[in-house]
Design a binder for this molecule. Structure first.
Ligand code: ATP
Ligand code: MG
Length: 653
C-alpha cells in the first residue's frame, strides 16, 4: 500500500480546533488517563436538566458478570432540547437543514425556528395517537425533511425510533416492526428516484398486513404526501402527516429523559449476516456524536456541512441529524442520487450551497471516478475545506482521486472508521492535526483505545497485524441488542474477555497508524501467507481499466486458499483474455506473486448492501458453488446481480 503522507496546507490551521500532532497527543493522553474528567468537561457544554452523579461505570468482562456500560449516570436531558431549543435565541433564523431534492430545482431551507416548530407539531400528533415515553415508532421514509422531523419528534417525547431505510422491502420492514413491536409507522406515498417516482405506501401496507397476521397491529400509520401518487388510506389507521401535524400546537414541552433511557434502535447493514437491532441511549450518544462531529470535521460557526449518507443508516443518524444539530450546524439532506441528472450532481450541489465539509462513501467515489474527471471540473469547489469517507476501506487509488480532483490537493481527507454499534467515529484523522496516509484511518479519537489482538487474544505491540478490539468504553457505544442482551454479550464480548470485539481486522504501522484490512472473516490465507481482501482489491483497483474489485478466498488443493477476484471495468472497457493476464501481472507487481488472483470474474456489477458495501459472504458462496446457501438476501440492493454472477462463474469453471 502507498505510504505517501499528506500534511494539510496551513491555510485553515490557525483556526482549527486541534492544530498540531502535539496538541492531539496531549488531549488524547488526558482523555485516556482521565476519561471521566475529559468527558465530564465536554458534557458541560450540553444542556442537562439535572447533572450526573457519575460520568462512567462499566463491566467489559463476561467472566466478572453481565456486561454493562453507563455514562452520565442519573443525569436528565433531552437530545432535541440540545439540537433545537437551546439554539433558538442565538440561531433561530439560521438554516438548520437544507433540503436538496431529487431534482436540482427542488430545495428548501429550514431554519432552527421552523424545525423546532415542525418537530413540536409532529411530536404532538404522535402523542395524540397514543405514543408515549418508551414506545417504539417505525419510520420508513425517503430522504425528505419529515424523516429528520419524525425522529426528533420521537426523541422529544421519549419514544424510541426505529428507522428502516426507505429502499428496503416490505419483508425487511415487517421483520423490524415485529422485532420491537412498534406502535406507529411513519411512511410516505412514494419516493423520487432519478427520473422516476416509486411507490412506498404499498410496501408499508404489505408489511403492516404481515405484522397483523402475526398478531401485531400498528395503531396509526402517518403518511407524508411526497409524490402525489394514489394510495390506499386505511380507515381508522392511516392519517396524512400534513393534516395531523397542522392540527397540533407548535409548542411541545420536552420529556426529560434519563441519560441511559433508549434513544433509538437501528439495524446493522447486514454485510456479514442477520442484522442486529443496535440500541443507543440518550446521554452518551448525544455527547459523543456532537463532539466527534465538531473535531473530526473541524466544524465552525457558519459552515455548511454535507453528508451524503441516507438517514436510514447510522451515518445519517449521527452525522446528518444529531451530531451537526447539537452543534448548531447547517446540515444538508440530499434526496437524490450521485448520477442524476448527471454524474456531476454532487459537485453541482457543493457549488450551489458552498459546502465546507463533504462526507461520503468509497463506493460513491469509485463510481464517480469511473465516469471521468470532466464531471468534477465544471464546478467551483473552492468552498470545500474537509473531505470525509466512511463505510468501507477506501483504496488509495480512490483516495488520491478524491484528494486531487475534488479537494484540489487543498483538503485533508478524514477516513473515518466506525460502526452502527459504536454510535460515532472511532478512528480518524483530525484534519489539521493528524497527517494522512491514503488507505489508513490513522489514529483513535479521544479516549478510544484500539488494540490489535492475536487470534489467541494477546495484545500485540509495535507494528503488527491482527484483530481490532477496543479496551474500555466510550460514550457513544451501543448499550445492548434490543431485547437480546445475550446476543449483545455473545457478539461483542465473548470472543475476547475484557474487550469490545469489532469484527474487523487491522494492521498497525510503525507510526501507530491503523489500517483496516476488512472483516475478520475476509482474511485469506494463501500457502500460509495471510492477506487482507482490501489489499488485493486496492491493487486491482489501481489498474487503469478497473472500476471496482471484490476479492475472496476459495478452497484450493495446493495453496489451502486461492484468490478469486470479481472485477468491474471502467466505462467503455471490455473484458478480454489479455486484460485478465494484465490484471494478474499488475497485482504481482503491486503486491507480489503470492497475491496473484487465481480466478478473475469480469462482472457487470457486484452484490452490495443498500448502503453500498460489497457483500463478500455471497461471493464466497458463489465461488464454492453453494448457490442454495446464499443466506439472507433481504438487505441486498439489487438481488438480480447474484444470478448474473452465478452465470458468469459457471462459464469460468
Ligand atoms: P453487519 O454488522 O450486519 O454485517 P455492517 O458491519 O456492514 O453490517 P455497519 O455498522 O453499517 O454494518 O458497518 C460497519 C463496518 O463498516 C465496520 O465494521 C467496517 O467493516 C466497515 N467500515 C466502516 N467505515 C470504515 C472505514 N473508514 N474503513 C474501513 N472499514 C470501514
Ligand atoms: Mg458490522
Amino acid at each position: 500500500m502507498s505510504e505517501n503522507i499528506f500534511h494539510a496546507p496551513d491555510k485553515f490551521r490557525e483556526n482549527a480546533w486541534v492544530k498540531s500532532m502535539d496538541e492531539y497527543k496531549a488531549m488524547y493522553k488526558k482523555s485516556v488517563e482521565d476519561p471521566e474528567g475529559f468527558w465530564g468537561e465536554i458534557a458541560e457544554t450540553f444542556y442537562w436538566e439535572k447533572k450526573w452523579d457519575k460520568v462512567r461505570d462499566f463491566n467489559y468482562s463476561m467472566s466478572k458478570g453481565p456486561v454493562f456500560l453507563e455514562w452520565f449516570k442519573n443525569a436528565k436531558t433531552n437530545i432535541t432540547y440540545n439540537c433545537l431549543d437551546r439554539h433558538l435565541d442565538t440561531r433561530g433564523d439560521q438554516a438548520a437543514l437544507i433540503w436538496e431534492g431529487n431534482s436540482p430545482d427542488e430545495d428548501m431551507v429550514i431554519t432552527y425556528r421552523d424545525l423546532h416548530e415542525k418537530v413540536c407539531r409532529f411530536a404532538n400528533a404522535l402523542k395524540k395517537s397514543g405514543v408515549g415515553k418508551g414506545d417504539r415508532v417505525a419510520i420508513y421514509l425517503p430522504m425528505i425533511p419529515e424523516l429528520a422531523i419524525a425522529m426528533m419528534a420521537c426523541a422529544r417525547i421519549g419514544a424510541v425510533h426505529s428507522i428502516v431505510f426507505g429502499g428496503f422491502s416490505s419483508e425487511a420492514l415487517a421483520n423490524r416492526i415485529m422485532d420491537s413491536l412498534c406502535k406507529v409507522l411513519v411512511t410516505s406515498d412514494g419516493v423520487m428516484r432519478g427520473a422516476k417516482s416509486i411507490p412506498l405506501k404499498g410496501n408499508a401496507d404489505k408489511a403492516l398486513k404481515m405484522c397483523a397476521d402475526l398478531g401485531h397491529s400498528v395503531g396509526t400509520c402517518f403518511v407524508v404526501n411526497r409524490t402525489g401518487s394514489d394510495v390506499n388510506m386505511v380507515e381508522n389507521r392511516d392519517v396524512w402527516w400534513h393534516e395531523a401535524a397542522q392540527a397540533q400546537s407548535a409548542e411541545c414541552p420536552v420529556e426529560w429523559m434519563d441519560a441511559e433511557d433508549p434513544l433509538f434502535i437501528l439495524y446493522t447493514s447486514g454485510s456479514t449476516g442477520t442484522p442486529k437491532g443496535v440500541q443507543h441511549n440518550v446521554g452518551g450518544y448525544m455527547v459523543y456524536t456532537g463532539t466527534t462531529f465538531k473535531y473530526v470535521f473541524d466544524y465552525h460557526e457558519g459552515d455548511v456541512y454535507w453528508c451524503t449518507a441516507d438517514i436510514g443508516w447510522v451515518t445519517g443518524h449521527s452525522y446528518i441529524v444529531y451530531g451537526p444539530l447539537s452543534q448548531g450546524a447547517t446540515s444538508i439532506i440530499f434526496e437524490g442520487i450521485p448520477s442524476y441528472p448527471d454524474p456531476g450532481r454532487f459537485w453541482a450541489t457543493v457549488d450551489k450551497w458552498k459546502v465546507n465539509q463533504f462526507y461520503t462513501a468509497p463506493t460513491a467515489i469509485r463510481s464517480l471516478m469511473a465516469q471521468g474527471e470532466k464531471w468534477v471540473e465544471q464546478y467551483d469547489l473552492s468552498s470545500l475545506r474537509v473531505l470525509g469517507s466512511v463505510g468501507e476501506p477506501i483504496n488509495p487509488e480512490a483516495w488520491q482521486w478524491y484528494h486531487k480532483y475534488v479537494g484540489k490537493e487543498q483538503c485533508p481527507i478524514v477516513d473515518t472508521w466506525w460502526q452502527t454499534e459504536t454510535g460515532g467515529i472511532m478512528i480518524s484523522a483530525l484534519p489539521y492535526a493528524i497527517d494522512q496516509k491514503p488507505g489508513s484511518a490513522t489514529l483513535p479519537f479521544f479516549s478510544v483505545q484500539p488494540v490489535v489482538l492475536s487470534e489467541e487474544g494477546k495484545e500485540l505491540t509495535g507494528a503488527c497485524e491482527g484483530i481490532l478490539a477496543i479496551k474500555e468504553p466510550w460514550p457513544g457505544q451501543m448499550r445492548t441488542v434490543y431485547n437480546s442482551h445475550d446476543r449483545f454479550e455473545m457478539t461483542y464480548f465473548q470472543m475476547f474477555d475484557g474487550y469490545y470485539f469489532a469484527g474487523d481486522g487491522c494492521r498497525r504501522d510503525e507510526d501507530g497508524y491503523i489500517w483496516i484490512t476488512g472483516r475478520v472473516d475476509d482474511v485469506i490465507n494463501v500457502s500460509g501467507h495471510r492477506m487482507s481482501t482490501a489489499e488485493v482489491e486496492s491493487a486491482l483497483g489501481s489498474h487503469v481499466n478497473v472500476a471496482e474489485a471484490a476479492v475472496i478466498g476459495f478452497p484450493h488443493d495446493i495453496k489451502g486458499q486461492g484468490i478469486y477476484a470479481f472485477v468491474t471495468l471502467n466505462m467503455g472497457v471490455s473484458p478480454s483474455d489479455e486484460l485478465m493476464a494484465d490484471l494478474k501481472k499488475h497485482v504481482r507487481t503491486e503486491i507480489g506473486p503470492i497475491a496473484t488472483p487465481d480466478i478473475i470474474n469480469f462482472a457487470s456489477d457486484l452484490p452490495k448492501t443498500r448502503s453500498g458495501k460489497i457483500m463478500r459472504r455471497i461471493l464466497r458462496k458463489i465461488a464454492t458453488d453453494e448457490y442454495d446457501q446464499l443466506g439472507d438476501l433481504s438487505t441486498l440492493s439489487d438481488p438480480d446481480v447474484v444470478g448474473t454472477l452465478i452465470n458468469s462463474h459457471k462459464v469460468l469453471m
